[in-house]
Write a protein that binds this ligand. Structure first.
Ligand code: ATP
Ligand code: MG
Length: 547
């Protein structure tokens, strides 16, 4: 295990174990709200929660925080589980839902009322907001604050029974309207919401708020370390207040770390949802999105995401991470693991004028250093395709590709010389006529010729049509805003190229592939008989230098 074990959370856990505070093993949880798909920010939290528990032989719950039926659905519940499994983590039988605890939560709410620690407030929600005060101004007590507890209890029970419409009453904690921490100014604990829930159906028409729910679920599950992102730091006093004021014998510490922010990306589910709704992307798994399903479709391996999360580490410092680091991690994994094939993205025809007869089969390994990945046959024949950019009429100095009168080697095949260029009326190159040298076959070259470069190609008889989606960053802005997408989106985030791949790729199961000289690509699951579709995972060139 080469995890970096030195972050402040891991130190804290080790200290708690040494101090005898953790008697039954480390227990953590990952608590997604099923209102969207997971993104790479969530991966940071998943790697941390599952990681620290595993390092101590502990356990991790996957607990869905499903307290807002209006935005949540079982589609998201399914997708989230699939993504966590894909990322390589296993919650075993520890799959829970906040809604599993609705009855217990309700009981704790009644307990708070009975203790005079909560009351039913009948102010409309705008009034509650308006009387909450500001950072510099204290809030005002609700006129219902001193409502007798019997009355609150009666109202709360009738709220549950469905006697009132949405927003008629709420249950509020009775803490301190002049607290410098706004979260402590009699926060709402329960609201009326006549909405069907994806698991409890219409059994409930009141739903607990996150701050009330989360700490109690943590305590009920015996979470030893409740790890969350920094925006919850100001909620910690409320987390502690709830647990201190009910009869529960477990009190997890909440520990905050900074959330992942990635350059040129948005991570908030709200913004992702609107990008999808407005049709700027094709759905949650659009390969331009930082969602786990999008990254998977783009071809980023799960291992690369885990490596990325390990490299960024866990701190309290807020900072944005360069996207190039993710690409770097992807290349490191793909470099070793993927086969290398040939694809021509922007083809120009080549006629080998002195080639006669049946196409020749040439042996080509799938990976230069990993024989165990096997090999395939590459065909060479009279008609070929090469990349348009591998030919230049008027080559710049040091051009190591093909130009009139010059020679180049075709990968795994022969040396060719360009003798004639056929152009269309518009001056565009339509065909190159070349001569090949039969004694220059790769591996048994006795020609004595020394061409300057090697280029890739696909023989026409060996070519299957393919569409290449040249995925680039979705946003032009390094730190995108939440709206005005039209000005911020990169108009070239998805360019299409139509060309050919070698037929040998059709038999591969593994979707990831390196196209020689072109980049890493991944076969899209949406590929149909109409041709193969490949998403570009990352270009080959590495612009990132890790420090
Ligand atoms: P979003 O802002 O994307 O809607 P969220 O916090 O509302 O995120 P949840 O489903 O509640 O989404 O998140 C589940 C867990 O993942 C929480 O513990 C949250 O702190 C953590 N998390 C969410 N975003 C990030 C991030 N960018 N970096 C690290 N952890 C994150
Ligand atoms: Mg949340």
């Amino acid at each position: 295990m080469d995890h970096d074990l030195r972050d402040f959370i891991r130190s804290r856990i080790r200290r708690d174990i040494a101090d005898g505070l953790v008697t039954d093993g480390v227990v953590t949880r990952f608590p997604p709200e099923p209102n969207g798909y997971l993104h790479i920010g969530h991966a940071k939290s998943i790697c941390l929660n599952f990681g620290v528990a595993a390092e101590h032989g502990g356990a991790t719950y996957l607990r869905f925080d499903d307290t807002n039926p209006r935005t949540e659905s079982s589609e998201f519940v399914e997708a989230i589980q699939q993504d966590i499994k894909w990322l390589g983590f296993d919650w075993g039988d520890r799959l829970t839902f906040a809604s599993d605890y609705f009855e217990q939560l309700y009981g704790f709410a009644e307990e708070l009322i009975s203790r005079g620690k909560a009351y039913v407030c009948s102010l409309p929600s705008e009034e509650i907001r308006a009387t909450r005060g500001t950072l510099v101004k204290p809030g005002e007590d609700s006129p219902f604050r001193d409502r007798p507890k019997e009355e609150s209890l009666d109202l709360f029970r009738r709220m549950r029974k469905g006697e009132f419409g949405n927003g008629k009453h709420v249950l509020r904690a009775k803490i301190d309207m002049s607290s410098p921490n706004i979260n402590m100014r009699d926060p709402v604990l329960y609201r009326i919401l006549h909405a069907a829930h994806h698991r409890t159906g219409c059994s409930w028409c009141i739903y607990p708020m996150y701050d009330f729910t989360h700490c109690i679920c943590d305590a009920l599950e015996g979470i030893t370390h409740s790890l969350c992102t920094l925006e919850f730091e100001d909620h910690r006093p409320l987390y502690d207040w709830v647990l201190d004021n009910i009869n529960i014998n477990f009190h997890p510490p909440q520990i905050e770390f900074s959330r992942l922010v990635l350059d040129y990306n948005v991570m908030s589910k709200r913004i992702l949802t609107s990008l999808i709704r407005l049709g700027h992307v094709d759905g949650w798994d659009d390969p331009r999105l930082p969602t786990l399903s999008g990254l998977r479709r783009r071809g980023i391996p799960a291992q690369a995401i885990r490596d990325f999360c390990q490299r960024i580490g866990v701190t309290k410092a807020a900072h944005s991470v360069e996207v190039e680091l993710l690409d770097f991690c992807a290349r490191r994994v793909l470099e070793r693991s993927t086969r290398r094939g040939m694809a021509v993205l922007d083809p120009v025809r080549v006629l080998v004028v002195n080639f006669e007869g049946e196409p020749e089969q040439l042996n080509a390994p799938w990976h230069p250093k990993r024989g165990e990945l096997g090999s395939r046959k590459v065909l060479f024949g009279r008609e070929l395709f090469i990349e348009r950019s591998d030919f230049a009429f008027d080559p710049p100095r040091k051009f190591r590709r093909l130009s009139p009168g010059q020679m180049v080697r075709l990968r795994y095949a022969y040396i060719i010389r360009c003798d004639e260029v056929v152009c269309g009326e518009d001056g565009r190159v339509e065909e190159l006529r070349v001569t090949y040298f039969p004694n220059s076959r790769s591996g048994s070259d006795v020609s004595g010729l020394k061409p300057k470069g090697v280029i890739h190609f696909v023989a026409e008889t060996n070519a299957i049509p393919a569409t290449f989606r040249l995925v680039d960053r979705l946003f032009k802005a390094r730190v995108p805003g939440a709206d005005a997408f039209d000005e911020q989106l990169n108009p070239d985030s998805l360019r299409l190229a139509r060309g050919y791949v070698e037929r040998g790729l059709a038999g591969l199961e593994e979707p990831n592939i390196q196209f020689e000289r072109t980049g890493y690509f991944c076969l899209d699951p949406g590929t149909t008989n109409g041709g193969r579709v490949y998403n570009r995972t990352v270009p080959l060139v590495d612009s990132y230098r890790p420090t």
